[in-house]
Design a protein around this ligand. Structure first.
Ligand code: ZN
Length: 363
């Protein structure tokens, strides 16, 4: 690397010093690693049911989307603690990073087994990641199959304030706003936790309304429709009206689809708003108050980034993320090219602290 390139790189990395990365991915544990965290019953059950946790991540660990070939460790769908420290935390001198597990326990059809797996995983993350680096924070994994169980797990894990949100895949069995999920929202609000909705699936429904696709690229692109459906449902079912302090974070959703969706949903709502009298203001305004988006991947050409940010109509919605070590990870170019400078400062720290109250104490 010549001197000019080296200078440009150090300027970019120093811009990230003190930032908070809202989406990095830990590798999925092997079943044997979770065994110490099961009680006797679930250890026995996990053994005889031969739970295929690692294979049940949204994409197979070796799928290209799951790891950039020059990062992390071969065969792992996320980073190890050592690679995350070297390639992200130390390199950029971050203040903190939120590890977001994409964990098979969330997808289990048996909600009791799924909750047991999630419970073991949450404890494993606390011991093997959070205890080993004070800059790390984590998302709580839950199984949505039995919302009372999920709420119980949130109440248990939330006692550890290093857990800063609950994470679920965007493609769920039923829409998140349905009242059956009320125990989960009650627990979120009680503990001041946002709900993180990450790209991924419980594999109950096709990725599109037209049926199952054949390829990863089709599936991944189709996620946009799942994100729009969840946001529209949360607003229409009155979740934000009932929980005015609740925030949701759309993680790895992309950003460019948001302004046209805000416009279209608000326009259609005007014509049929008698359906939802509890939606007492424009859905776009509700999204500006309640919905946040992580920045990686910023799915638009550099020349359009500033326009998209302007069309969001709020400087508060974007949260910095690198998506390490997935394919979208852009290394030292983690701030999308063309991002207005005043937005960069907000998304690196201010917006993150406003979204995650539990991050407030990190220096
Ligand atoms: Zn991600």
């Amino acid at each position: 690397m010549d001197a000019a390139a080296e200078h440009a790189k150090s300027a970019e990395t120093s811009r990230l010093a003190g930032a908070i990365d809202c989406d990095v991915h830990p590798r999925a544990p092997y079943l044997r690693e979770l065994m110490p965290y099961f009680d006797a019953h679930w250890a026995d059950t996990a053994r005889y049911r031969d739970v295929l946790m690692r294979e049940l991540t949204s994409f197979p660990p070796n799928a290209p989307l799951m790891r950039r070939p020059d990062l992390g460790v071969a065969g792992e769908c996320g980073g190890t603690l050592a690679t995350l420290q070297a390639q992200v935390l130390d390199r950029w001198q971050l203040r903190a990073a939120i590890v977001n597990p994409l964990f098979a326990g969330s997808m289990m059809h048996d909600p009791h087994l799924g909750t047991a797996l999630c419970r073991a995983h949450n404890d494993w993350i606390a011991r093997e990641w959070l205890d080993k680096d004070a800059r790390l924070r984590a998302s709580i994994v839950v199984n949505l199959g039995r919302p009372e169980n999920a709420a119980g797990e949130i109440n248990r894990v939330a006692m550890d304030r290093r857990f800063v949100q609950v994470i679920v895949p965007v493609q769920t069995e039923i829409p998140l706003g349905r009242s059956v999920h009320k125990p989960i929202f009650e627990a979120l609000v009680q503990h001041g936790l946002p709900l993180g909705i990450h790209a991924g699936s419980m594999f109950r429904n096709p990725a599109s309304q037209s049926g199952f696709y054949s390829t990863f690229s089709e599936d991944y692109t189709a996620h946009i429709s799942a994100f729009t459906a969840q946001v529209a449902n949360l607003i229409s079912e009155g979740v934000f009206a009932e929980y005015p302090d609740l925030k949701i974070v759309l993680i790895e959703s992309g950003v460019s689809w948001m302004p046209p969706f805000m416009w279209r949903f608000s326009k259609d709502w005007r014509g049929v708003r008698n359906e939802v009298p509890w939606v007492d203001r424009s859905p776009a305004d509700m999204m500006r108050d309640h919905v946040r988006l992580t920045t990686q991947p910023f799915d638009a050409p550099a020349g359009t980034v500033a326009k998209i940010v302007q069309q969001l109509g709020s400087p508060d919605m974007l949260l910095f993320s690198s998506d390490y070590p997935h394919w979208h990870f852009d290394g030292d170019d983690a701030v999308p090219e063309g991002m207005p400078e005043e937005q960069v400062g907000k998304m690196l720290v201010d917006n993150v602290l406003a979204t995650y109250p539990r991050l407030g104490g990190i220096q």
